[in-house]
Ligand binder design. Structure first.
Ligand code: SF4
Length: 253
């Protein structure tokens, strides 16, 4: 089964432990306006034209998992030395579980660990296909507010239900909260997310601060980036947010 991917990024840090290679899957069922990977919002290839670069780049291809294995094996020595491996990210990997599971099996057969990064808005049956072969999930929690989730195409009850089931099924889950200005960084939002995660038995979270590095990609795709003028969160505010979360959980990042 082919998978739609946009690119393969070597020497990734921040997508799990150690040195990793990240495979970006194309296509997402959410539409977060701050997304820094607009090229992965749709599964179809997209054209990118940068002002300072000649020509147009077409990003996205359908590949058989076996076709990309050799590239993922190139850095095996680094994975072994650093406790790293391969991370599947996106877009939403869990929309392509047939091909993703095949890719995971190939990677695992080489003795390499696999992490899947997901926003969790899929039926749990999709996780059941992946659970036997995925070492760990990076699981995004964006808000504890049903309406805010609905506004970005998500469903809080699905997200929390899947998270509970993953824990029940003994999976290793790294919960990550993207810190998005005017969305989930005010005291009330932080406290409601903290309480929600506590009620689900989560003991630790990673915070991921909003950045505008995807801005040029929106421009290259001829899209309007609604967050282009939104200032990143100051380090003082990040410390305050961390402190607030620490009332409920241990915080990394
Ligand atoms: S879930 Fe992730 S990839 Fe999908 S739109 Fe939101 S930020 Fe982008």
């Amino acid at each position: 089964m082919k998978i739609n991917i946009s690119n393969i990024q070597h020497f990734s840090v921040g997508d799990g432990d150690g040195i990793r290679t990240t495979v970006f899957f194309k296509g997402c069922n959410l539409h977060c306006p701050w997304c820094h990977n607009p090229e992965n919002l749709t599964s179809a290839p997209c054209s990118m034209t940068y002002p300072n670069k000649p020509g147009t780049e077409i990003l996205g291809k359908a590949v058989e998992p076996a076709e990309i294995l050799s590239e993922l094996l190139e850095d095996k020595d680094f994975y072994d030395a650093s406790g790293g491996g391969v991370t599947l990210s996106g877009g939403e990997v869990m929309l392509q579980t047939e091909g993703a599971a095949e890719l995971c099996r190939l990677i695992k057969s080489e003795g390499i660990s696999v992490i899947v990064d997901t926003a969790g808005v899929v039926p749990y049956t999709e996780f059941e296909k992946m659970n036997p072969i995925v070492d760990e999930y990076i699981y995004d929690i964006k808000t504890a507010d049903c309406e805010k989730y609905r506004n970005i195409g998500g469903d809080l009850s699905i997200v929390t239900d899947n998270l509970s089931r993953l824990i029940r099924d003994g999976k290793s889950v790294r919960v990550r909260i993207p810190l998005i200005p005017d969305f989930n960084t005010d005291t009330e939002s932080v406290n409601s997310i903290g309480k929600l995660l506590c009620s689900l038995g989560i003991k630790k979270v990673e915070l991921l601060s909003f950045h505008r590095l995807g801005s040029s990609k929106y421009e290259a795709m001829g899209l309007n980036y609604l967050y282009k003028d939104v200032e990143p969160i100051s380090s003082e505010n990040i410390e305050m947010i961390k402190k607030e979360y620490c009332k409920y959980l241990k915080v990394d990042g």
